[in-house]
Ligand binder design. Structure first.
Ligand code: FRU
Length: 329
């Protein structure tokens, strides 16, 4: 029918004109079509470690509650230059907000400041940058965690009547702030007992595979080791593997770690199976980062400069309850 054909033709012409004009349809946030209103870049220092996988999973799960958010993750693989490039790309692609867990503080400070100076809100997670050119930092108090670990050791050594009480320390990546803070806090904590001596300290960059040979060498070089302090659980586990490799009995040695992931191979289970003796909950802050990102983007809220997350000491006495509390499966 000529009339219907005409209407058809008019519709085709109209839609062609709209496409030619580059017209896009604005769908309200959260609508079924899933229109993305806000773009967030998440720059991760390293995806390979379980704690970082947990952080990314929490961020992704929280973001999935907000269909208006489009989030892109990058993995710098513990390489500062790569992470600078990742952030540069987020800046030039025009993200609405940046979340970053920086590999090391100093090399990442300028690029974070660049994003902030351009008016991009920046949420820094866990490890810090220098200065104050970021919007919000979220993380746990690493100095406090280190101090609690040190105090635990001071008391344990006294109770065990170890004098001297010899400690070996496996440290995190030197330029990352938690390594410094966990090391400094620990030294404050052990000061309560002058018999506690750190007899060897090595940097294993937070990484299990690097920590195994280092711990082997440290154990071989020191016949009497009463305490092993790993700045994270993977390095504590590495020391246990190292001891096994050289058939060294650790049954009378206190092993401490940090992270306490509520996963089958995480620190809480390690405490429950009497491998690591003490660990500390180190929340990733992933959920809080998205909650704040949404508030900043959608309600123009001004966040506090810092949000300090709670930690908990995990020993055999409370490990089962803590595993449940943090949703362990
Ligand atoms: C993972 C990790 C954690 C540690 C945190 C410190 O990369 O090493 O095990 O608690 O980073 O930033």
């Amino acid at each position: 029918m000529p009339h219907r054909r005409l209407v058809h033709l008019a519709l085709i012409l109209l839609s062609t004109a709209l496409v030619a004009c580059g017209s896009t349809q604005q769908t309200p946030p959260g609508s079924a079509s899933g229109a993305k209103k806000f773009r967030i870049g998440m720059s991760q220092a390293n995806n390979a470690e379980p704690w970082r996988t947990a952080m990314n999973a929490q961020i992704a799960a929280a973001a999935a509650q907000h269909p208006e958010i489009d989030i892109t993750f990058t993995d710098a693989k513990q390489n500062n230059a790569q992470q600078v490039t990742d952030v540069e790309q987020f800046i030039s692609s025009g993200v609405d907000l940046l979340i970053i867990s920086p590999n090391e503080a100093t090399p990442l400070t300028n690029v974070v400041a660049k994003a902030y100076d351009k008016g991009i809100p920046v949420i820094v997670l866990d490890r810090k940058v220098n200065g104050d050119k970021y919007t919000l930092w979220i993380g746990a108090d690493n100095k406090l965690i280190g101090r609690k670990a040190g105090e635990y050791v001071a008391t344990w050594c006294k109770e065990q009547k170890h004098a001297p009480c010899s400690v070996i320390e496996l440290r995190g990546l030197e330029g990352s702030t938690p390594a410094l803070e966990r090391g400094d806090g620990f030294r404050e904590g052990i000061a309560a007992n002058p018999d506690v001596k750190i007899i060897a300290s090595q940097n294993a960059d937070w990484v299990y595979d690097k920590a195994v040979p280092l711990a082997e060498a440290m154990l071989k070089a020191n016949v009497a080791v009463d305490v092993i302090y790993g700045h994270n659980d993977p390095m504590g586990e590495a020391a246990i593997t190292a001891a096994k490799n050289i058939t060294r009995d650790l049954s009378k040695t206190l092993v401490l770690g940090i992270d306490a992931l509520p996963t089958p191979d995480g620190g809480i289970q390690s405490v429950l199976t009497n491998r690591i003796n003490v660990t500390y909950v180190y929340p990733t802050g992933g959920t809080q980062a998205i909650e704040w990102a949404v508030k900043i983007l959608e309600t123009k809220a001004t966040p506090p400069k810092e949000i300090v997350l709670e930690t908990e000491e995990v020993t055999n006495a409370n490990a089962a309850a803590i595993y449940q509390k943090y949703g362990g499966k």
